[in-house]
Design a protein around this ligand. Structure first.
Ligand code: FAD
Length: 401
């Protein structure tokens, strides 16, 4: 295997990557245009630099701006005057960006999927006009602050307070793990109102007095995007920055529900990158006088990886059809995320192993995906939490507490 590196094998026009069941054959021209734009971005802009960014734990704003220029940042959120973007197009973009890199796919998930979607679903007409276009281009970065140091899976019990005062609200509390939370943009903050105890949504500029966002260091996954720990000390939020349709935690959950399918598509992209890289390696790497791929046991493993990959491709495509038809349930979104990240984790582990020592080198890609998939396994509801949601729907019994 020459010099220990695997050359990128992405082909821009004809080969659409691994698609054993022909899942993507019927993608419409409009959706395909988004998909191919994402693929060209991955090939031309991302892959040449991302290993270095990941290694040095650097968040590249150049890549984010490029995503905005290409209209790949908004995760399907509608913006006035912008081209319509279907759920399938958003899914394909999430898949393709993840096939390139998890941090960059997460940028789009946070910016479009969480921050923009909160404003689109819960904001007023004026608020949508004020923030969404600049967020879609990447000029204004957005964060979504729900998780707290002491409330992760049980974020419904969040303790950040919002106290009504003349002309607005004062926010006090702490948040943790907030993507884009220390980048100088805006943060959608979920806080409990002192008025009625309900969770409300607030758009807080990060330069507000009393807002302190500290980038979390020492991460072993998604190293090329920054998450922050945020402290709010009497942060004043004017009334015009309160999201009028965010009246309870139910509204927060609606935003999260919509992004779970994106994460499942992301898992497909990670799995695809790992499978394709390992396959290429197994064909080239010669041991005991023959390529690894000539061994029956390696072929069985590749077949298993392809089988898992194909199952999740079919699942996300079908769930997205249901989403487009407006009939996707929360349990189905959980099933997609649960199945997708489990399969991707298994495929990444197999790929890493098949590549031997080369499998832990960042330059060979699989190691990066292997680490990043751990974050997908946890964020937007852990694997166990998705299982409990599915279990509740199967049995009719809630096992959360
Ligand atoms: P915990 O809730 O403490 O869970 C620890 C373990 O206990 C897990 O295995 C979990 O499955 C298990 N567990 C929990 N409850 C139960 C139960 N009832 N029964 C059985 N097992 C249980 N949040 C944001 O708000 N905005 C962001 O932008 C954001 N980005 C993130 C990016 C990264 C890289 C990461 C790692 C997290 C991010 N998060 C973000 C937070 C993320 O959503 C939480 O990490 C996640 O919900 C899990 O919470 P936790 O880490 O506190 O784990």
């Amino acid at each position: 295997f020459p010099a220990g590196t695997v050359e990128p094998d992405y082909v821009l026009d004809e080969a659409l990557g691994t698609d054993a069941a022909g899942v993507f054959e019927s993608v419409s021209d409009a959706d395909r245009a988004y998909w191919m734009r994402a693929r060209a971005f991955v090939q031309d802009d991302l892959l040449p630099v991302i290993g270095e960014h990941w290694d040095r734990s650097e968040y590249s704003l150049d890549l984010v701006r490029r995503l905005g220029e290409l209209d790949l940042l908004r995760d399907g959120v509608s913006v006035d005057g912008w081209e319509p973007m279907s759920k399938t197009a958003a899914g394909l973009v999430s898949m393709e960006l993840s096939r390139g890199d998890g941090s960059i796919a997460t940028v789009s998930g946070v910016q479009g999927g969480l921050a923009m979607r909160s404003i689109a679903l819960c904001g007023s007409e004026e608020q949508r006009r004020r923030w969404l276009p600049r967020m879609a281009t990447g000029e204004l970065l957005g964060a979504f602050a729900l998780t707290e140091p002491t409330h992760g899976s049980d974020s419904v019990s969040l303790e950040t307070r919002a106290t009504p005062v003349a002309g607005g609200w004062l926010i006090n509390g702490e948040k943790k793990w907030i993507g884009n939370g220390s980048m100088g943009g805006i943060t959608v903050v979920w806080a409990r109102s002192d008025e009625d105890g309900q969770v409300r949504g607030f758009v807080v500029p990060q330069e507000s007095e009393g807002y302190t966002g500290t980038t979390i260091r020492g991460k072993l996954a998604l190293r090329a995007i920054h998450q922050a720990r945020i402290r709010f000390e009497n942060v004043f939020v004017p009334e015009e920055n309160v999201l009028p349709a965010a009246r309870s935690f139910k509204n927060t959950a609606e935003v999260l529900f919509a992004t779970r399918i994106s994460v499942a598509w992301g898992a497909v992209g990670h799995a695809q990158a790992c499978y394709e890289t390992a396959l290429q390696y197994a064909r080239q790497r010669v041991q005991f006088g023959r390529p690894l791929a000539a061994s029956q046991i390696v072929q069985e493993r590749l077949a298993r990886m392809l089988s898992e990959l194909t199952q999740i491709q079919l699942l996300v495509a079908r769930m997205t059809e249901r989403e487009e038809a407006g009939v996707l349930t929360g349990e189905q979104a959980s099933l997609a995320k649960y199945t997708g990240t489990r399969a991707a984790r298994s495929i990444a582990a197999n790929a890493r192993d098949l590549m031997g020592g080369n499998g832990i080198l960042i330059e060979n890609r699989v190691a990066r995906h292997f680490a990043d998939i751990e974050a997908l396994h946890t964020y937007e509801g852990t694997e166990t939490i998705q299982a409990l949601i599915i279990g509740r729907s199967i049995t009719g019994i809630s096992a959360f507490a």
